[in-house]
Design a protein around this ligand. Structure first.
Ligand code: HEM
Length: 213
């Protein structure tokens, strides 16, 4: 067990194997035909929803870590110890952060397309004359998520590369230029923190139609 848990890759594999075990028990106890389940579109929507939420947790978990832990602690860390964060921890965290954002967005868009409401949601229900509040709600959530994804890839990441000189791509920037890039990254990260709250409110409002009478 210790050998499994001291190796990160094996731990991840074990997690997926456990999920498969749960799935096998579900099939066995329910007496379902596996062949019938896997050809259904709902099954793939379920798998995508699961991956979507896992990627989403990784992304938003790191966003909350940056905003609640790393940023407030940086000024309190002695200067000679700061490179431990800026040269090692932050670049690694940013790798998981931006690829988790990509995975969340991709799984979410494919999920909406597979479920047949991508256009209806992106037009906030206009294509259906706004008859389904859950479509409008998930549409607002998707737009907020897409704005957040854009901020990660096209504002936060490029500015963090400059601020931290990641992979030595910006060796000639002045201290002021680095500070300005760091401030832009911080402000957009804060924006994403703020947007994550209404975004998740909208994301999880799928069942609302049934309760509106
Ligand atoms: C980046 C853009 C995003 C898009 C395009 C998107 C898309 C979607 C869609 C289409 C659904 C509905 C799934 C269904 O039909 O059952 C959904 C649900 C959900 N999403 Fe997102 N999403 C995004 C970002 C996020 C993020 C960042 C999180 C953070 C954890 C998240 C968490 C969730 C959760 C928890 C649900 C509810 C699942 C359920 O109620 O079964 N999403 N998302």
């Amino acid at each position: 067990m210790a050998a499994l848990l001291t190796n990160m890759r094996n731990t991840v594999i074990a997690g997926f194997v456990l999920a498969l075990v749960v799935f096998a028990i579900f099939i066995f106890v329910g007496g379902y035909a596996l062949s019938a389940i896997v050809v259904g579109e709902q099954f793939w929507a379920f798998i995508l929803r699961w991956l979507h939420v896992m990627f989403g947790i990784l992304w938003i978990g790191l966003l909350y870590y940056f905003n609640l832990v790393q940023m407030p602690m940086m000024p309190k860390i002695p200067d000679e110890q700061k490179p431990a964060v800026s040269k090692f921890i932050a670049p690694e965290a940013l790798w998981y952060f931006r690829w988790a954002a990509m995975g969340t967005m991709a799984a979410g868009v494919i999920l909406a397309a597979l479920s047949g409401y991508l256009l209806d949601a992106l037009t906030l229900g206009a294509t259906q004359n706004f008859v389904a509040p859950s479509t409008t709600l998930i549409g607002i959530g998707m737009w907020l998520g897409l704005i957040m994804w854009f901020n990660v890839w096209f504002v936060i990441w490029p500015n963090q590369q400059k601020a931290l000189n990641i992979d030595n791509r910006f060796p000639d920037l002045t201290k002021e230029q680095k500070a300005a890039a760091g401030r832009t990254a911080m402000l957009f990260s804060r924006t994403n923190f703020m947007l994550s709250i209404p975004m998740l409110f909208c994301m999880t409002g799928g069942g609302i139609n049934a309760n509106l009478g």
